[in-house]
Design a protein around this ligand. Structure first.
Ligand code: P6P
Length: 355
C-alpha cells in the first residue's frame, strides 16, 4: 500500500494524545473548522456556476466591498463555531464587534479569530483565495461570555494557527506549535488527507513578494531593501530574487512557504501601519512561519511579540526566510533610524509609528 492515508481528524487526535491532560475539546474544535473548510471549498469551486459571485452592495467594517462569498464564508464559520460549545466568543474581519455564542458556549475554553475569506477581491478572476484562523485559550473566567481580553493576546500565546487555501486543490495548513502540517482535500471522499507532513521553509530565499505600485510611498529603508532584492539600489543583491505577487496573501504565503521567499506589505507615508490586520492575518501566518523555521516582523520586532491594543489593528508585515527579514529590519535601522526610535519610544502606549 502506498503512503498511509491519514485524515486530518486522525492526525489532530494523534497529536492530542501526546498531551495526557488533553480533554478532546481542541480536537473537536478543529473538526468543526475542517467541516467549515469543506463546505466553503465546495461553494468556492462552484462560485463561477451559481449566483454567488458579485457584490452584496454592502461594505464591511474595513470599508471594503463585501462579496457574497465573503458573507457566506463569514456566516458559516460563525454559525458552526458558535454552536460547537467549545468557543466562548469569536472575532472576524467581517464583524466589528465580538460574536458571542448561545449561553452554553460560555463554558467554551477557546476563542477563535477569523479572516473568513482573504483575497476575496480576486474571486471573480478565479485566483486562489483563503480562510485564516487563530485559536487562543480564553484568559477570562469560564462560565461567562468571552471578553476582549481573551482576544488581545500576543501571537506567541496562540494555541493553533492555520489557513485553508482554495486553489487548484483545497489544502488546510495548520500548526499547534508541533511543526507545520498540510492536508489536501480529496473531494471524492470529502476528507483532508495528510499530504505535506512537517513543512519547513526552504533554507534559500528565492522569491520576493510585494506590491511595487506603492514603491514611492514607502520609507527609504524599505525602498532600498526591495531594490536590493531586485539587484539594484545602493546595496544590490548579487543574484536577484524572482518577483511573485498574486495579491491574495494566503496564496502568496503558501507559495513562499513551499519555495522559499519573503512577503512584504509595508506601511506607507499616508498609511504607516499598512493594510493587513495583526490579529487574524499577520499573527496566524507569523505563528506558522516561526514553526516552519521562518520569521515575521513589523519592520522593528517580531510580530508574535506585539501586544495588541485593538481587535482590528493593522500592522506592516515582512515575513519569510529569517535572514532576509532580519536584513529588512537592518535596512530600516540604518536608513530610517528615526522611525525605529519613535516606534520603541511609543511602543508601550501602542501608538507606534511604523514603516
Ligand atoms: P494590494 C487581499 O485584499 C489582501 O487583504 C491580501 O490578501 C493581499 O495580500 C493584499 O490585500 C493585497 O493588497 O494593496 O496589494 O492589492
Amino acid at each position: 500500500m502506498k503512503q498511509e492515508l491519514i485524515s486530518i481528524q486522525r492526525y489532530v487526535g494523534m497529536e492530542a494524545r501526546k498531551f495526557p491532560q488533553a480533554t478532546g475539546e481542541f480536537t473537536a474544535l478543529m473538526t468543526e473548522i475542517v467541516l467549515t473548510a469543506k463546505v466553503i471549498s465546495s461553494q468556492v469551486n462552484k462560485a463561477g456556476l451559481i449566483e454567488i459571485l458579485g457584490k452584496t452592495g454592502e461594505t464591511n467594517i474595513q470599508g471594503e466591498e463585501v462579496r457574497k462569498l465573503d458573507e457566506y464564508a463569514n456566516d458559516l464559520f460563525l454559525h458552526i463555531l458558535k454552536y460547537s460549545g467549545h468557543v466562548c466568543a469569536m472575532a472576524s474581519e467581517e464583524a466589528e464587534e465580538l460574536v458571542q455564542g448561545p449561553h452554553y458556549s460560555n463554558s467554551g475554553k477557546y476563542v477563535v479569530l477569523l479572516d473568513p475569506l482573504d483575497g476575496s477581491s480576486n474571486i471573480d478572476a478565479n485566483v486562489s483565495i483563503g480562510s485564516i484562523f487563530a485559536i487562543y485559550k480564553r484568559v477570562s473566567p469560564a462560565g461567562q461570555p468571552g471578553e476582549l481580553r481573551d482576544f488581545l493576546q500576543p501571537g506567541k500565546d496562540m494555541i493553533a494557527g492555520g489557513y485553508i487555501i482554495y486553489g487548484s486543490s483545497t489544502m488546510m495548513v495548520y500548526s499547534t506549535g508541533q511543526g507545520v502540517h498540510g492536508f489536501t482535500l480529496d473531494p471524492s471522499v470529502g476528507t483532508f488527507l495528510l499530504s505535506h507532513p512537517n513543512i519547513t521553509l526552504p533554507s534559500k530565499c528565492n522569491i520576493y513578494s510585494v506590491n511595487e505600485g506603492y514603491f514611492h510611498r514607502w520609507h527609504e529603508g524599505v525602498r532600498h531593501f526591495v531594490d536590493h532584492c531586485k539587484g539594484s539600489g545602493p546595496e544590490p543583491l548579487e543574484k536577484p530574487l524572482s518577483a511573485r505577487y498574486i495579491g491574495s496573501m494566503v496564496a502568496d504565503f503558501h507559495r513562499n512557504l513551499l519555495y522559499g521567499g519573503i512577503f512584504m506589505y509595508p506601511g506607507t507615508i499616508n498609511a504607516p501601519l499598512g493594510k493587513l490586520r495583526l490579529m487574524y492575518e499577520a499573527n496566524p501566518m507569523a505563528f506558522l512561519l516561526e514553526n516552519a523555521g521562518g520569521y515575521a516582523s513589523n519592520g522593528y520586532e517580531p510580530i508574535l511579540e506585539v501586544n495588541p491594543s485593538e481587535l482590528h489593528e493593522r500592522t506592516p508585515l515582512f515575513m519569510g526566510n529569517r535572514d532576509e527579514v532580519l536584513q529588512l529590519e537592518d535596512f530600516v535601522k540604518r536608513y530610517n533610524p528615526e522611525l525605529v526610535e519613535s516606534y520603541f519610544a511609543n511602543k508601550d502606549n501602542g501608538k507606534a509609528i511604523a514603516t
